[in-house]
Design a protein around this ligand. Structure first.
Ligand SMILES: [Fe+2]
Length: 197
């Protein structure tokens, strides 16, 4: 079998999501896999385009797959980024997906967690208040709420609305006990295959 074909790549990705996503989602009572499935399902329920659904499903792939599989990706990031210490799982995930052939849009959406948070905390006080104290604290290290040029740039980004939606689905994808009504990862296989084709 050609391991580089779209279907082989998609199947391997779904399999690693299922295999390695069993660990706890940091600080929550659901697994990382359930968290990803809930995010993707919210995207699908709103009728989002495929690239957004795929990004929601794979948004945390950078912290799910074993570090071993991202070794090359991380080495490249080190070479291309001055800011190695701050490269988080979003950037690793985006670079990993890029290496598999996912579109620029999917990769940018996956990489947008922090930017969307910095945007939402800048324009929505209630959003800021809704963050856990850990998340409020990490915001400071992430650069704080967007201001000035950064804020304007984000606002003008054609993907702005989708980045914000992703962030909100991500924040809400923490419900316990809804496995039975949440589609499994395999439900997205065909979508990923046609995206990669
Ligand atoms: Fe997440």
């Amino acid at each position: 079998m050609n391991t580089n074909s779209p279907s082989a790549k998609a199947e391997a990705l779904i399999a690693s999501l299922e295999q390695y996503g069993q660990g706890d989602y940091i600080g929550e009572s659901i697994s990382q896999l359930e968290h990803c499935l809930q995010a993707a399902n919210q995207a699908r329920d709103t009728g989002a385009r495929d690239e957004l659904v795929i990004a929601a499903l794979l948004h945390d792939i950078g912290q799910i797959i074993p570090l071993e599989s991202t070794k090359e990706v991380r080495m490249n990031l080190k070479e291309s980024s001055e800011n190695v210490g701050r490269v988080g799982h979003e950037a690793i995930g985006a670079a990993y997906l890029k290496s598999l052939g996912f579109s620029e849009t999917v990769c940018r959406l996956v990489n947008s967690h922090v930017a969307a948070k910095r945007y939402l905390t800048a324009v929505n006080r209630e959003y800021y208040d809704s963050l856990s104290s850990a998340s409020q604290k990490s915001l400071a290290f992430q650069g704080g709420p967007f201001q000035g040029d950064e804020l304007r740039e984000f606002e003008e980004d054609p993907l702005k609305d989708e980045m914000v939606s992703m962030r909100l689905w991500d924040d809400r994808a923490k419900l316990v006990g809804i496995e039975a009504t949440t589609p499994r990862a395999g439900a997205y296989l065909d979508m990923i295959v046609s995206h990669l084709s």
